[in-house]
Design a protein around this ligand. Structure first.
Ligand code: 2AM
Length: 173
């Protein structure tokens, strides 16, 4: 059996509500945002993963020794190629790439998805949006305390649509 997996950092309910309130009132978009329960920051996208590859990735992730850190979000960005409008952390703490780079490299080593582009941490709020959405006022900066990351299973379900379900969690130091 294969399943679509990625490593990522989740958001707490307070951060979700904060983003949602700003997005609904201050951002003029031509399409619906991504589902707020799905908001996350991807560390490493793996694509379709077999059970044995998953076991290898989980064992690898378990032995990473990275300390907890804080992310501050105040900046937005837009990629015209895929129409992604996002929040990005600024600054980017060293711990972020200390997690993402080895996970991406290990995925590539196992023959999984090979990311062509450099790691660019972001939280996707709109996808496939034609043109940059108008931001009336910037988001009030908020901080995310990161003490763990997760391996997520990404799948579609008749009742809930696109689901990102944490299947393994990894505590930081
Ligand atoms: P995105 O939010 O920037 O689109 C689950 O699909 C997660 O993996 C999403 O956060 C998505 O990033 C990322 N993802 C999906 N397909 C990807 C790909 N081909 N390359 C890199 N990341 C991908």
């Amino acid at each position: 059996m294969v399943r679509r997996l990625f490593f990522g950092i989740g958001l707490d309910a307070h951060s979700r509500a904060h983003i949602n309130a700003w997005l609904r009132t201050e951002v003029r978009a031509r399409k619906a945002p991504t589902k707020m329960e799905n908001w996350h920051l991807t560390l490493a996208f793996l694509g379709q993963v077999t059970e044995s590859q998953e076991a290898d990735m989980v064992a690898f992730a378990r032995q990473l020794t990275v300390s907890g850190f804080t992310l501050t979000f105040a900046q937005t960005g837009y990629w015209s190629g895929n129409g992604i409008f996002f929040l990005r952390p600024e600054p980017e703490p060293a711990q972020l790439s200390a997690l993402a780079e080895p996970l991406r490299d290990m995925g590539a080593k196992l023959g999984l998805h090979c990311n062509r582009l450099p790691f660019a941490p972001h939280i996707t709020l709109l996808r496939g949006h034609k043109g940059e959405p108008e931001v009336r006022s910037s988001i009030t900066p908020f901080m995310l305390t990161v003490t763990r990351f997760h391996l997520y299973h990404s799948y579609r379900c008749d009742t809930r649509g696109l689901v990102y379900e944490p299947v393994q969690s990894f505590e930081l130091l």
